[in-house]
Design a binder for this molecule. Structure first.
Ligand SMILES: [Zn+2]
Length: 610
């Protein structure tokens, strides 16, 4: 049952702020300097003790385990002040002191990193015949995964001098190009002609993108025109930047002996090329459900056709708000029904003030869960405004939070999971709450909830897979036939993005340049597929949870508490899942398909529809 009440105007979680005192009491806390002093001293001691001894093979298993323990302890120290600073910054970015404090802490952390960099390089250089018997030593058992993850890059490492050279020159190379892309976009003024008054307004990229979700079609068209015109003004520079980054990656991949553009990303994600491509191809094969949904949306909107301007058009206006105690209860009861441990771990966030939920000026947008370190506790930041979407965000972040809480039994190196599983617990938690909320909602609210859920899933699953295919083609074409023109990038983007909609949404020509504001293409090549991978995996698992009943919940919690101590394959294997199994992934699509069918069904029950 949803108990929707008139919440306090726009700030229903006023006063709900986090307590960060487990880290430090303030930026002036003397503990911060003490932490750095200890960190640097220990890092120097560590280097004096181990430099040259790891790759030479003179350490025993017990000694290497001891070294791992020591470097973990130093990492723990080095993590706390920058984490604290980043949290203060997120809580109030308008305070310049927070920005300066954050920058200073990040620089200190880099200094500590440089002192320890030799260790990973030596681990990678150690010959296999020496490391293999060591890994069998029970003393090293809890570090096998961490060592393997580091050593996967052994064939791709360069000498320490070359590594340092690359690290330092990338500040004026690829990182500088990424920053230039960021700076020109975030400072660009987008001109928007108001369709009613004709008045021209100056907007930021964020504001223009936001207007693409307006209920007013003329305004959405004006926003699309403004976005395309603005990107058009920057096009020459962005095309140059992206071509340069494509060339930079080509160069580094050649130096490091990577066989193809996605290889380094797959290795970081601990996934095989076959598994990733299987999922990306299935996304394309399963675009029929996207087309079906958008056809239903078109009928509801009453438009002759849907274009890129209508993709995010809202279907219904939600007026009712959920107050904070109700939101808390909704999450609690959904978690409790699944497994009491989940509910208990979530409860702690409310009882111990680990959530910053009030709306505040200067607070960063969006929401996140910071894991911090396993010896402390995670915290959550969001701006709760009482919309049902905010309840879902709370559920999402508490899913991360519970994952972080239960995996605190792990050591720092085994604490956080790899990217493909990073969103497992959060999306799963959202599904638990979604299922509960839907039960008590009216037909109209159900249709709105399903529409929101389905569009969110398409944006994660199909859209990110299309983007991944765009990147694959762009990187290959740059390697095979040199720089691409603006028209070539646009043609690839249109073709890959259009494929997810089939004939349901017609992406107009002006959409061709819209790849150029997607920052992931620039700062983290091939990162995007992790979103489709994570979402689909969770949808499929959620279906299994429903089919298998309570036994599943126990296994699921066991996997959560293992954190990042194993590979995605090993962890999913514990739930009986084989990531290379086509059938498993298809189950995820089947679950989306059922949601679309449910939406079509609800549509027929809406007044005025049949
Ligand atoms: Zn998340």
């Amino acid at each position: 049952m949803i108990n929707i009440m008139a919440a306090e105007a726009s700030n229903p979680a006023a006063g709900v702020t986090w307590d960060l005192s487990a880290l430090f009491s303030s930026p002036q806390d003397p503990k911060i300097n003490e932490t750095w002093a200890a960190c640097h001293a220990q890092a120097e001691e560590f280097a004096a003790k181990y430099r040259g001894r790891v790759q030479s093979g003179e350490l025993t298993g017990a000694e290497l385990a001891e070294a791992m323990k020591e470097i973990e302890a130093i990492t723990l120290l080095a993590t706390k002040p920058p984490t604290y600073a980043s949290l203060l910054f997120a809580a109030d970015a308008s305070n310049p002191q927070n920005g300066a404090f954050y920058q200073a802490q990040s620089e200190e952390m880099s200094m500590a990193r440089v002192k320890l960099a030799f260790f990973d390089l030596e681990l990678q250089a150690a010959p296999q015949e020496w490391i293999e018997p060591l890994l069998a030593d029970p003393a090293l058992a809890s570090y096998v995964h961490a060592i393997n993850v580091t050593r996967v890059y052994s064939p791709h490492r360069l000498s320490e001098a070359e590594e340092i050279l690359l690290e330092e020159t990338s500040n004026t190379g690829s990182r500088a190009w990424v920053r230039l892309h960021d700076e020109i976009l975030s400072n660009h003024v987008f001109k928007l002609a108001d369709p009613d008054s004709g008045e021209v307004k100056d907007l930021s990229q964020e504001e223009v993108l936001h207007l693409l979700r307006s209920p007013n079609r003329a305004l959405r068209q004006a926003a699309a025109d403004s976005l395309s015109a603005g990107l058009g003004e920057l096009n020459r520079v962005i095309v140059f930047i992206y071509n340069t980054l494509l060339a930079d990656k080509k160069l580094e991949d050649r130096l490091r002996r990577f066989g193809y553009p996605e290889q380094s990303r797959h290795m970081a994600n601990e996934l095989s090329e076959e598994t990733v491509d299987l999922v990306a191809d299935l996304c394309r094969d399963n675009s029929g459900m996207v087309a079906r949904y958008y056809k239903a949306k078109q009928e509801l909107l009453g438009l002759p056709e849907l274009t890129h301007v209508d993709r995010y058009a809202p279907l219904f206006e939600a007026e009712e708000l959920v107050d904070w105690p109700t939101a808390r209860e909704m999450v609690h009861s959904s978690f409790q029904e699944f497994h009491p441990t989940l509910a208990k771990a979530a409860q702690e966030f409310f009882d111990s003030n680990w959530i910053d939920a009030e709306v505040r000026k200067g607070k960063t947008g969006g929401a996140f869960c910071s894991y911090i370190t396993p010896d402390l506790h995670p915290v959550i930041l969001m701006s709760y405004q009482g919309k049902i979407g905010d309840v879902m965000t709370l559920a999402h972040e508490l899913g991360h939070g519970v994952h972080a809480s239960v995996s605190r039994v792990q050591t720092p190196f085994n604490f956080q999971g790899t990217l493909p599983l990073a969103e497992l617990a959060s999306i799963f938690a959202e599904m638990l709450v979604f299922d509960k909320v839907i039960q008590g909602a009216s037909v109209k609210d159900q249709a709105a909830l399903y529409a929101d859920k389905i569009e969110g899933i398409f944006a994660s699953v199909h859209r990110q897979a299309s983007m991944y295919r765009f990147e694959k083609r762009a990187h290959r074409q740059r390697r095979e036939s040199g720089e691409l023109t603006k028209e070539e990038f646009a043609a690839i983007y249109q073709e890959e993005m259009q494929s997810m909609f089939q004939d349901s949404v017609h992406l107009g020509e002006q959409h061709g340049d819209w790849w150029s504001y997607i920052s992931h293409f620039f700062f983290a090549p091939f990162y995007v597929y992790a979103y489709s991978f994570g979402e689909l995996l969770t949808l499929s698992l959620f279906q299994r949870a429903k089919n298998q009943g309570p036994g599943f919940a126990e296994q699921y919690l066991d996997v959560l508490q293992r954190g990042g101590s194993e590979t995605p394959q090993q962890l999913m294997g514990r739930l009986g899942v084989d990531l290379t199994d086509r059938e498993f992934w298809q189950e995820g699509f089947d679950s989306i398909d059922r949601m679309v069918a449910k939406f079509e069904d609800l549509k027929k029950k809406l007044p005025g529809e049949s």
